[in-house]
Design a protein around this ligand. Structure first.
Ligand SMILES: NC(=O)c1ccc[n+]([C@@H]2O[C@H](COP(=O)([O-])OP(=O)(O)OC[C@H]3O[C@@H](n4cnc5c(N)ncnc54)[C@H](OP(=O)(O)O)[C@@H]3O)[C@@H](O)[C@H]2O)c1
Length: 365
């Protein structure tokens, strides 16, 4: 985990020219959206002079042009993950970014100043991307597709890397296999459908009525409106992999029952953080591990399948492939609305109250 020491501490050294390569970067602070305490959207503060940390040798300083809002951002703002993050407040939220390289650490070989990049931070990063300048490690970035605007690019990495983690790293899907995405209308669901289609798999998905046309357009063979149809009756056949973006007891039961023997069920709603928040890290994490192990053993014996909690992970190979697919028009996450970064509160409210159903992006002028 990247430890960003403090947003206030005057003792933090500013970004030193000696630690950087090939650039003149004079600022030691920038504007950022700061989370000083957990709460509603109103707790987010625009601060003009937030210190920019020194770059480690493999770090890249990115001038942000667009940063998208993920459910993790609104959940963290409300206190999800407080067992880890509370002692480290204030934080900067935000995982996704698209922008330009402003400076590189001493060992960075893949990027140079001025290059257009996009990428995503690990879920536990403390200094997020809601800022004029964000620090990411070089394996969390790749070249921005030329065919996409910064707004379009910023919507992709965190969701697509989550889907990549499940389908490519965990289930290791291959051509000809069948994939079921439960909840295919959101960003991760859409990314999963498109990654599976690009891998040569046949995809079935469930989603709300507004998403039906889009999931079919991006390549799903079967789209089931879960508000109007009985999913169990509508789903046809057995699957090699199920990605459950909803993670409710009912979707878990359905996902498990529609897997072939040897198939993989992956939910995005792993319980580690929730249990750690409820019981503290010392009790919550072992309890979560025990629950996961019990389910893995149970489903291996009862159904002959593999059960997983999927968490987003940085993956430079995956991100490069996500960049290539996006450039080729094979991976898109539609953006419903943009806000200036100074209106992060309004943007969080719109996302959280579902005033905007799809992806929301903050534009950084
Ligand atoms: N474990 C991880 O590392 C990880 C990583 C990323 C995301 N996640 C989690 O995965 C989930 C999906 O993330 P995302 O980025 O794809 O989110 P998203 O883009 O906001 O999409 C969520 C989708 O779920 C459906 N939905 C949302 N709220 C609903 C409600 N109250 N009732 C019924 N359906 C609802 C909607 O699809 P329809 O309109 O088609 O119904 C919506 O588009 C979130 O819970 C997020 O926290 C976990």
């Amino acid at each position: 985990m990247r430890v960003w020491r403090s947003l206030r501490g005057s003792s933090i050294p500013s970004l030193g020219a000696s630690k950087l390569r090939g650039i003149r970067f004079n600022s030691s602070s920038c504007r950022a959206i700061v989370l000083p305490r957990f709460g509603g959207p109103h707790v987010l503060e625009v601060r003009p002079n937030v210190q920019i940390p020194d770059l480690n040798p493999r770090d890249v300083l990115v001038r942000a042009r667009a940063v998208s809002i993920n459910p993790l951002d609104t959940r963290m703002r409300s206190g999800y993950g407080r067992s880890i993050f509370e002692p480290l407040l204030p934080l900067i939220l935000g995982r996704d970014i698209s922008g330009e390289v402003a400076a590189v650490g001493a060992s960075v070989g893949a990027f140079s100043v001025g290059q257009q990049v996009f990428g995503a931070l690990h879920p536990t990063a403390l200094r997020g991307t809601y800022a004029d300048y964000a620090v990411l490690s070089e394996d969390e970035l790749t070249q921005k597709p030329n065919s996409l605007t910064h707004v379009e690019a910023s919507a992709i990495p965190f969701a697509a890397l989550t889907a990549w983690r499940a389908l490519k790293s965990t289930a290791r899907i291959v051509e000809g296999q069948r994939v079921l995405v439960l909840g295919g209308g959101g960003a991760v669901g859409l990314a999963a459908i498109q990654l599976a289609v690009a891998a040569g798999c046949k995809v079935s998905t469930t989603c709300g009525p507004k998403s039906i046309n889009y999931v079919l357009e991006v390549g799903a063979e079967q789209a089931i409106d879960y508000t109007a149809e009985d999913i169990v009756l509508a789903i046809q056949g057995q699957f090699d992999a199920v990605l459950d973006t909803i993670g409710a007891p009912e979707t878990e039961r359905i996902g498990i029952n529609f897997l072939k023997r040897g198939g993989h069920y992956m939910t995005l709603q792993g319980e580690a953080a929730t249990l750690a928040d409820r019981y503290g890290l010392a009790v919550g994490i072992p309890a979560a591990t025990a629950i996961l192990l019990k389910k893995q053993i149970l489903y291996r014996y009862s159904h002959g399948i593999e059960y997983w909690w999927t968490y987003m992970r940085a993956d430079s190979e995956g991100l490069d492939e996500i960049g290539r697919l996006s450039e080729a028009g094979k991976l898109k996450i539609p953006v419903d609305k943009t806000f200036p970064i100074t209106q992060a509160r309004e943007a969080h409210e719109a996302k959280e109250k579902r005033l905007v159903p799809g992806k929301v992006v903050l534009e950084v002028d």
